[in-house]
Write a protein that binds this ligand. Structure first.
Ligand code: GLY
Ligand code: MN
Ligand code: MN
Length: 462
């Protein structure tokens, strides 16, 4: 964990962001896979981690705004726990490591919350995203689960988003370390992408690298020749010459900060002409938009810049036509680029998404569009120093979507369906990097992972 002051300072700041009452941050519990005792790999709640740092199940943190006090509720291990899990430091000692002096057994949390509610105090929570947490909150707050949402506090959400959006030097170091692990994951995938291998063999190698550095992957690995399926988790294809392989994978640092990187490579190591043409467009969309990043710029404008580069490039190849700006304004490019350019990144790979995307990526000056494509943009607001975000343009040929739009005669002024039809066997290309916004511009985090055609071909030939 970080130094004790990091957590104390964070809690002191958060208390100033919320007017009065108490803030309840439940940690996560174990989640079962197929029977109670067979659990998924444990993942702590990110807000709990950010403010209370302790990375094990069955804990809750409370910040008392009016009394200026913090509490951790959790149990010391008993002999059964020691037999199965080994000895653990006492709750008191663990809490002191993150600057919390008040600890109580978990059973004291219910009466504590009921007492606060009986005294007319506001209890602030963030939206729960796990069933078990919902049941716990139902019990703690003494309401049916349909009423738990009444305790979700916009003030608290805004306070947390304000703080977690700007990463400090320690967090940046963690994220950058996770990107460096992703370097190993992606260059290994590139070297393995040979005809005859099954995708799952590469997935295994990629995941193993992350684990070997002390953390699991930051989200289930996306790796497929069918890159047109944006989040493809089927890994049963045997790699064949002439196709491309998308790998979207990141690592989680030991303190649970994420990286999120995508590379797309030709199976066998040599791009053919058609692949080169599409790849160069995506690469330009990636590098030109990264170069445009600096504080004060709307990320929505950066997204639209990527959309124009993609539409312009596809027009040169004859897949799109007409006025590029108009095509993008109307959303025609979204046939090929149906997602947002990027998202915040930190303790969560889509950072703070559980608090509500509109709180994280939008503000009073910029509202979410409802246009297909642009509506999926997770981050639109002005960039600030300390933000860490992804830049991940892509071009995809999704046969079902192409067929649908063609049947509906959608955007026939902008899309040349006769040419597009010939690309239905292409798959997709995405290139994704993790970027820090600095005081005067940006920094691409981590050791550079090959992405020019030349560099990709070179490393694949090693
Ligand atoms: N890895 C999912 C994403 O890039 O957003
Ligand atoms: Mn990704
Ligand atoms: Mn991403």
């Amino acid at each position: 964990m970080f130094k004790q002051e990091v957590y104390s300072n964070r809690r002191n700041r958060l208390r100033n962001e919320v007017s009065s009452g108490i803030i309840l941050l439940p940690g996560n519990m174990e989640a079962s896979m197929n029977y109670l005792a067979n659990t998924y790999h444990f993942r702590q709640d990110s807000n709990f981690l950010y403010y209370f740092g302790l990375d094990h199940p069955d804990l809750a943190g409370v910040l008392d705004i009016d009394e200026n006090k913090d509490y951790i509720f959790g149990n010391d291990v008993d002999m059964d726990d020691i037999i199965w899990m080994g000895p653990q430091p006492s709750m008191k000692d663990q809490a002191l490591k993150v600057g919390v002096e008040n600890t109580s057994p978990l059973s004291a949390l219910g009466p504590f919350i009921k007492n606060a509610l009986a005294g007319g105090r506001q209890v602030h929570i963030v939206p729960p995203y796990r069933g078990k947490t919902m049941i716990w909150l139902e019990d703690l707050l003494g309401v049916h689960h349909s009423e738990v949402k009444n305790f979700v506090s916009e003030e608290l959400i805004r306070g947390i988003v304000k703080m977690r959006s700007v990463k400090d030097e320690y967090e940046i170091r963690e994220i950058e370390g996770a990107v460096d692990v992703a370097y190993e994951m992606h260059t290994t995938a590139m070297k393995l992408a040979n005809p005859g291998l099954r995708e799952q063999e590469i997935v295994g190698a990629v995941e193993g690298i992350s684990i070997s550095y002390g953390g699991p992957v930051s989200f289930p690995v996306i790796l497929s020749m069918d890159g047109q399926t944006l989040h493809n988790h089927y890994h049963g294809n045997i790699l064949t010459e002439g196709r491309m392989m998308v790998t979207d994978a990141g690592s989680e640092s030991s303190l649970r900060y994420a990286s999120d990187i995508t590379r797309t490579v030709p199976v066998g190591g040599k791009f053919n002409e058609r692949q080169k043409e599409i790849y160069e467009i995506v690469l330009k969309a990636n590098t030109d938009t990264i170069a445009a990043m600096k504080p004060g710029v709307l990320y929505r404008d950066i997204h639209l810049m990527a959309a124009r580069i993609i539409a312009g490039g596809l027009k040169e190849l004859g897949l799109m036509m007409g006025d590029v700006d108009e095509a993008v304004a109307q959303g025609a490019h979204a046939l090929f680029f149906p997602h947002g350019l990027g998202h915040m990144m930190g303790l969560d790979v889509h950072d703070m998404e559980g608090l509500g995307e509109n709180y994280v990526g939008y503000d009073q000056n910029i509202k979410r569009s409802d246009q297909f494509g642009l509506a999926f943009l997770r981050l639109a607001r002005k960039l600030e120093p300390g933000f860490v975000l992804t830049d991940e343009p892509g071009i995809y040929f999704i046969p079902a979507l192409i067929d649908l739009w063609k049947k509906e005669n959608k955007f026939t002024d902008f899309i040349n369906y006769a040419v597009v039809d010939a690309y239905k066997d292409f798959g997709g290309i995405r290139i994704e990097d993790d970027i820090l916004i600095t005081d005067d511009g940006y920094r691409v985090l981590g050791k550079p992972i090959p992405k020019t055609i030349e560099d990709v071909e070179r490393i694949m030939s090693e």
